[in-house]
Design a protein around this ligand. Structure first.
Ligand code: PHE
Length: 492
């Protein structure tokens, strides 16, 4: 127990839930989900997505939370305690945190830049974005290495500050305010978005069921997209939920928590879609130039910039611009702190194990600096435009002599994303399910859930089948799908 206190603990279950939902809700929900849903069958995609959440996501979530609470350690420590021969799986998680935060923080920095940009535009036209159009500004910003580094540094600095405060005094305290605020801001943007003239175009794009998508796009492809999106969005497969679970008190009901987090994440994803797509559709309908449906950085930083600056325009456009980018910034920070915590927890566990003071502050700063350095590479190659933009560093494709042939090496961002989201995370989730299902046996989860006073596991038989068969098959599928995507293999 004393060790628990040294590592830290959530102050309340609701505080834990805010932090966990904060981890799940991030850039993935905002720039990934709405477009993927629209482009892959609308409502038909949602059905597949929900099935993936129900049969793969919730079980994996429960598995991570239970293992974390049982062993009371971060991801590396947990796997090491299960068996020394599994320690390397923990390292996959640790490294995923490192790599993801390496690029996530750069993008988080962009959201700050855009928030400030719209804020400055309120006071003087042209002050925020230099009088440039959305595409032009984005093009000039990504090759502005100094600017990228500055905002990446600020974003990382803020993340470090929160994590330094500890579990209940830092992460919980911040997310308990940030998550309700995020939701409130999202609702305001949704109301504006769905009441725009022509909003139905976006609503139709996102929600209209198109069952033909399964035959047109290919059922396997839709399934792969849903599965990949689901597990990244739920922060699974890299020990984030193991780490957060390790700070959870024995009195909380794990089965219930494992259900609430995915439901909340899905609601946020749908809300993000309602905030973004109707606005994009409305201005497309109204014939505003440079606006079309899309995903990724292009949607978030070019299309939506255009939506606010030209589509809405004027003071209202600038105000909604500030609100929207600030909201995305908050969503990104609450995910970034969970990524950083995965890495810091390793060092803290090591010290606590040796009976030393955890020294959280120093460790967090040190880890944050290392991740900042990793992210610097993402800043310096201008999102892969290094060649054309004449930025400081070549993307990995050029450095490794791959001449950008492989999509996975086209930029440092793609490269980090490929290692983490593409390989380590699905592999981590696959192996965890196999370990729970076949090595430890699923009773380990049942016993941990039922170690809470007056809690009986409700759906043991269902989870048993999930760990043994459904999750491993699903995750194998995600792994193949990701490799297919990143290397353009054309399997699916
Ligand atoms: N779930 C976050 C998102 O949707 C990303 C993330 C992945 C955060 C893994 C933590 C761990 O953006």
């Amino acid at each position: 127990m004393e060790q628990d206190n040294k590592r830290g603990q959530w102050g309340s279950n609701i505080g834990f839930l805010m932090a966990a939902v904060g981890s799940a809700v991030g850039l993935g929900n905002i720039w990934g989900f709405p477009y993927k849903m629209g482009a892959n069958g609308g409502f038909a995609f949602l059905v597949i997505y929900l099935l993936m959440v129900a049969f793969v996501g919730i079980a994996t979530m429960l598995g991570e939370l239970a293992l974390g609470r049982k062993y009371g350690m971060g991801v590396v420590g947990t796997y090491k305690l299960i068996s020394k021969k599994y320690t390397w799986i923990g390292w996959l998680g640790f490294l995923s945190g490192f790599f993801i935060l390496g690029f996530y923080s750069v993008l988080g920095g962009y959201t700050l830049r855009y928030t400030l940009g719209f804020l400055m535009e309120i006071f003087s036209a042209g002050a925020g974005f230099g009088g440039m159009g959305s595409g032009e500004f984005f093009g000039s910003f990504i090759i502005n290495s100094g600017g990228n580094l500055l905002y990446h540094g600020i974003f990382m600095g803020l993340t470090v500050l929160i994590v330094m405060g500890g579990i209940s005094g830092g992460i919980e305290k911040f997310t308990k305010v940030a998550m309700p605020a995020l939701f409130a801001m999202l609702i305001i943007v949704i109301i504006r978005s769905v009441t725009l003239e022509g909003a139905f175009v976006g609503l139709e794009f996102m929600f209209k069921p198109n069952w033909n998508a399964f035959s047109e796009i290919g059922f396997m492809k839709v399934l792969k997209t849903a599965a990949g999106q689901m597990f990244f969005s739920l922060s699974l497969g890299m020990g984030c939920m193991i780490t957060y679970g390790s700070y959870l008190s024995k009195s909380e009901n794990l089965e219930k928590n494992a259900l609430i987090i995915p439901i909340a994440d899905t609601i946020f994803a749908l809300c993000a879609g309602l905030a973004v797509m109707p606005a994009v559709g409305a201005f497309m309908h109204q014939g505003v130039e440079g606006i079309s449906f899309g995903a990724g950085p292009g949607l978030l930083f070019v299309t939506l910039h255009q939506v606010f600056s030209v589509g809405m325009g004027g003071l209202i456009g600038n105000l909604f611009g500030v609100l929207f980018y600030f909201l995305v910034f908050i969503a990104a920070v609450t995910s970034a702190i969970s990524l950083l915590e995965v890495c810091t927890a390793y060092f803290i566990d090591k010290r606590v194990e040796k009976g030393l003071d955890p020294n959280r502050k120093k460790i967090t700063i040190f880890t944050g600096l290392a991740i900042f350095a990793m992210g610097a590479l993402v800043c310096l190659d201008g999102l892969g435009s290094g060649v054309a933009g004449g930025a400081a560093i070549d993307p990995p494709g050029l450095m490794f002599g791959m001449e950008n042939i492989r999509t996975a090496f086209a930029s440092w961002l793609d490269f980090y994303d490929m290692i983490s989201e593409g390989v380590f995370m699905p592999l981590g989730a696959l192996l965890m399910a196999l370990i729970i299902g076949w090595s430890l046996k699923t009773t380990v989860i049942k016993d941990e859930v039922e170690s809470s006073p007056n809690v009986l596991m409700k759906s043991y038989k269902f989870w048993d089948i999930c760990y043994k068969f459904i999750v491993p098959v699903g995750m194998f599928f995600v792994l193949m799908g990701q490799l297919d995507d990143f290397f353009g293999l054309g399997i699916f």
